[in-house]
Design a protein around this ligand. Structure first.
Ligand code: B1M
Length: 221
């Protein structure tokens, strides 16, 4: 099995590291931590580790969850395993952070606790040279507004993973645009579409963080 497949499989099984007792049938085997560490030491591309390994594993577990083959605790273990890999990729994505291109306020909208995608956006934006203020998860529209008021000219990034929390993205965008019409609001997350972005009056949507960076490159010269 090639290394990316092994990483994907460990994410899917929730195998964090060698010492982790879960899952019992993988006791003593390398987990995501060791596999990513060794892959980086062997000159693997951090982007490949992310897209061919970590994200593939997380996608698989999501599909199994949809088919009722795994349950919420399995998603949690997969998320922990993925985080053990992402932590090590962080310095590689942040290495371009010498310059500061602006302030990017990011958070997962109210009611939503998913933070892996949002953390990835944070890392990539830091890597692209932005000062990032991460408000975390379950962020109320007022909390975004407060930060924008405190840091005029900042760009806001909203993440949502649930169809039920997408409405809070709309509330947040409207509140910010009402008080600070010139603020750029960019949105992303698995259930979103360009159509939804247009409907709520956000400025840009991208299915991945890179698309947001490229859009801002055009917009904020
Ligand atoms: Co949840 N969950 N979850 N979950 N979970 C999903 C999203 C789901 C699709 C699973 C499924 O049914 N197949 C489903 C949502 C269905 C829907 O609304 N249509 C779901 C559900 C139902 C739930 C609960 C309701 C389950 C329950 O309790 N019954 C519950 C809700 C809790 C809450 O938020 N209030 C819940 C809980 C959880 C856990 C806590 C167990 C865990 C999250 C742990 C954590 O984040 N720390 C979890 C997980 C892990 C998932 C899946 C499996 C993986 C999400 C993930 O991290 N993906 C997910 C299924 C799936 O997506 N395959 C699922 C990896 C990540 C890198 O991708 O976040 O999409 P993603 O980010 C991408 C892009 O979307 C984009 O960039 C990233 C990289 O490409 N992006 C942006 C994201 N934000 C962006 C912002 C941008 C730009 C791009 O600009 C600002």
């Amino acid at each position: 099995m090639e290394v990316y497949e092994k990483i994907a499989s460990c994410v899917g099984r929730g195998k964090i590291n060698k010492d982790a007792p879960y899952p019992p049938d993988m006791r003593g085997e390398d987990g995501v931590f060791e596999l990513v560490r060794d892959a980086l030491a062997g000159d693997a591309d951090p982007n490949d580790i992310l897209t061919k390994g970590l994200m593939v594993g997380m996608n698989d577990v999501g599909k199994k969850f949809s088919r009722n083959e795994v349950f919420v605790p399995d998603l949690l273990m997969a998320a922990k395993a993925m985080t053990a890999g992402m932590e090590q990729l962080k310095p590689h994505f942040e290495s371009g952070a010498a310059k500061r291109r602006g302030v990017f306020v990011v958070g997962t909208v109210q009611g939503d606790l998913h933070d892996i995608g949002k953390n990835l956006v944070r890392m990539m934006m830091e890597g692209a040279g932005y000062e990032v203020i991460d408000l975390g998860v379950d962020v109320a529209p007022e909390a975004f507004l407060e930060k924008v008021t405190e840091r005029p000219g900042s760009i806001v990034g909203l993440s949502a993973l649930l169809t039920t929390t997408m409405v809070n993205m709309e509330k947040t965008t409207k509140l910010i645009k009402e008080k600070h019409p010139d603020t750029l609001v960019v949105v992303g997350g698995a259930p979103l579409t360009q159509e939804f972005c247009d409907k709520i009056g956000a400025d840009a949507y991208s299915p991945d963080p890179q698309g947001i960076i490229e859009w801002l490159d055009q917009k904020v010269a």
